[in-house]
Design a protein. Structure first.
Length: 261
């Protein structure tokens, strides 16, 4: 990817949660843009659980917790080698951003956070794993906000888009979307989409690493296009649905019937 010298002086802010996906995005973006990171504090586990129970019901949330404890955590530990192989294959880096390029914020939707972010006068903001940005936040930030979503929208909004595409035998929509952010949930204008091609070595915990590794190229492209005014919104596939974390029994059923790990 070629970036003009003038573009290298443009300022970019990455608002995110700490983790490998944020490191992958930072290291890709910082090759081309002056990038500063604001790490958002996650909501408390209690608040998150209450919100999920209100939205999905206690039975489903218990199933999701069982899945995380009995499946996702052991799978993640067993798949460290595969994630390292993906990182090496796609030549991405999970080296954390340097401390001088990182600040902490309580919430992206907090007025004090707006002021701190705006003080850097970014040309574009990229988010990763934050709270849903409110309409007030988007207006206050005053510059385009871009997200890299781990699913093909609008068909796979929400979480774990690659997993659900595989469950649906929908390989032509197993991938990642780079889109503009609006107040909805993964409903903003689509800038680029790309597919991933999981192997029999992959599973629920490695699909996101594949998606981010593939997504960095189209994200950097989208940021450049937004900055130089050449970005164009494209149509996504028909159908729109928000997906959630699988329950323990959903995962086991899908593994036994479909072989989707």
């Amino acid at each position: 990817m070629n970036i003009s010298a003038s573009m290298r002086d443009r300022k970019l802010v990455l608002i995110a949660r700490a983790g490998d996906s944020t490191s992958i995005l930072y290291n890709a973006l910082s090759k081309f843009y002056d990038t500063h990171v604001f790490l958002e504090e996650p909501p408390s586990a209690t608040a998150l659980m209450r919100s999920r129970v209100r939205r999905l019901g206690a039975f489903r949330v218990v199933g999701q917790v069982l899945f995380q404890v009995l499946v996702a955590l052991p799978l993640s530990r067993a798949s460290r080698g595969r994630r390292r192989a993906i990182i090496q294959e796609f030549n991405v880096s999970v080296e954390p951003p340097p401390q001088e390029k990182v600040d902490a914020v309580l919430s992206v939707n907090d007025k004090a956070s707006w002021d701190r972010i705006r003080s850097l006068t970014p040309d574009v903001i990229v988010i990763n794993g934050t709270r849903i940005l409110s309409k007030a936040t988007l207006l206050a930030l005053g510059v385009p906000v871009i997200n890299t979503h781990v699913g093909i929208t609008p068909r796979y909004r929400g979480v774990h888009g690659a997993y659900w595409a595989l469950v649906n035998k929908d390989l032509q929509h197993c991938g990642i979307t780079v889109h503009l952010v609006d107040p909805g949930i993964d409903t903003g204008g689509i800038l680029h989409q790309a597919l991933i091609h999981p192997t029999n070595k992959d599973n629920f915990t490695t699909y996101p690493t594949l998606q981010m590794a593939v997504g960095t190229k189209v994200l950097c492209q989208a940021v450049g296009e937004v900055m130089d005014g050449s970005a164009r919104v494209v149509a996504g596939p028909a159908g729109s649905k928000r997906w959630y974390h699988p329950t323990f029994w959903e995962y086991i059923r899908n593994y036994v019937r479909l072989g989707v790990r």
